[in-house]
Design a protein around this ligand. Structure first.
Ligand SMILES: Cc1cc2nc3c(=O)[nH]c(=O)nc-3n(C[C@H](O)[C@H](O)[C@H](O)COP(=O)(O)O)c2cc1C
Length: 337
């Protein structure tokens, strides 16, 4: 598939795959890119200190043909975030995003992530410093509130602070985070979704880019959200059922250019996997992101089984992917899961 170009206009970011730690690494993004030229792909969250002091190639390295890719940073120190944003810009990312939504204990102990919903002034200082440091779009991903905050007030305050400093977009996970008592996983499911709250924010800020996230399962739902907000961001559905990304370019971007064939995606991932193995990597680094590719299709169980067992063996090569794909091609349609 033709490489995506870097973007100049944030309004092209109508569809994004969410930042997901341990999931949206460079191999995952390369895989997702085979389905859609246009979707904006986010990195996992990278803590500012790691971006500044860590092994840059290992933590931040990516390939040109993953673009458009946004780097998500975690932190609450404006100077460090500015420095980390500079590093991201130099590495070639096309957007820097600040995480104001992650509720894990580890993140809270560093006083960043979702607990920053309580200190919009700190978020504003961070965004300001990042904007000063780079020429790229600087964006924020947040919740509608935390704990017993009134979401009408908390989200307005956060959005006001963020946009006042010139942030280019606010992506809102449309549920609260509870900082005590819920695990990060529970915090993605238990607090109720409130899409209307995000729609209201958009109505109050007609000239700002506001994207919605949380619980969106299908492109039909995504298209409906786009009647109310500027962008939609899918996390788990995109990862667990990557095939839905195949229609993003036509349905969300009106780009009728031929979408990739499944065979071409498999071929590309086989070549990519073998090149990774030649460099000393393991097949499973790549195939672990592909397990959901045939979600619900005939042969999907066998596909999953082959990828999750054989790909872990030492010396596994792309032949495993081809064997798994054969199971898809040879299973009669009536056996669909
Ligand atoms: C495994 C996993 C890791 C996540 N890591 C991050 C992260 O690094 N940064 C972030 O802002 N959100 C993170 N999230 C939250 C997602 O970006 C998203 O907001 C959330 O899953 C809700 O969207 P969904 O219902 O479409 O999955 C993570 C979610 C999952 C499932």
């Amino acid at each position: 598939m033709e490489n995506s170009k870097k973007r100049n206009d944030y309004s092209d970011s109508r569809f994004a795959v969410a930042p997901m730690i341990d999931w949206t690494d460079r191999h995952c993004r390369t895989f997702h890119r085979q389905f859609t030229r246009h979707a904006l792909l986010y990195t996992e969250m990278v803590v500012a200190d790691a971006a500044i002091h860590g092994n840059r190639e290992r933590i931040l390295g990516f390939a040109e043909d993953e673009h458009p890719v946004a780097l998500q940073l975690g932190g609450s120190d404006p100077a460090k975030l500015a420095e980390a944003a500079r590093v991201g810009e130099a590495m070639g990312y096309q957007e820097i995003n600040l995480n104001v939504g992650c509720p894990s204990d580890r993140v809270q102990s560093g006083t960043f992530g979702a607990c920053l919903m309580q200190t919009p002034g700190v978020v504003a200082a961070c965004v300001h410093a990042m904007k000063q440091a780079v020429a790229l779009p600087v964006t924020v991903k947040c919740r509608i509130g935390v704990d017993d905050q009134d979401t009408e007030v908390a989200l307005d305050d956060l959005a006001g602070a963020v946009f006042q400093t010139g942030a280019n977009a606010l992506w809102v996970h449309a549920r609260k985070a509870w900082l005590k008592g819920l695990s990060p996983k529970e915090n993605r499911d238990i607090p109720p979704l409130d899409y209307d709250r995000v729609y209201r924010l958009k109505r109050q800020n007609p000239n700002q880019f506001i994207g919605i996230n949380g619980g969106i399962q299908t492109l039909d739902e995504a298209v409906k959200h786009l009647n109310h907000v500027d962008g939609v961001m899918l996390g788990r559905a995109a990862y667990q059922n990557s095939m839905l990304l195949l229609d993003v370019d036509t349905r969300i971007y009106g780009d009728d250019g031929a979408s990739a064939s499944i065979g071409a995606i498999i071929d590309h991932m086989c070549d990519y996997a073998d090149a990774h193995i030649v460099r000393g990597g393991r097949l499973s680094h790549i195939t672990r992101h592909m397990v959901g590719m045939f979600h619900g299709a005939a042969g999907a169980r066998r596909w999953r089984q082959i990828l999750s067992t054989e790909a872990n063996q030492a010396n596994a090569t792309s032949a495993v992917i081809r064997r798994a794909f054969e199971a898809i091609q040879t299973t009669p349609a009536e056996e669909a899961a």
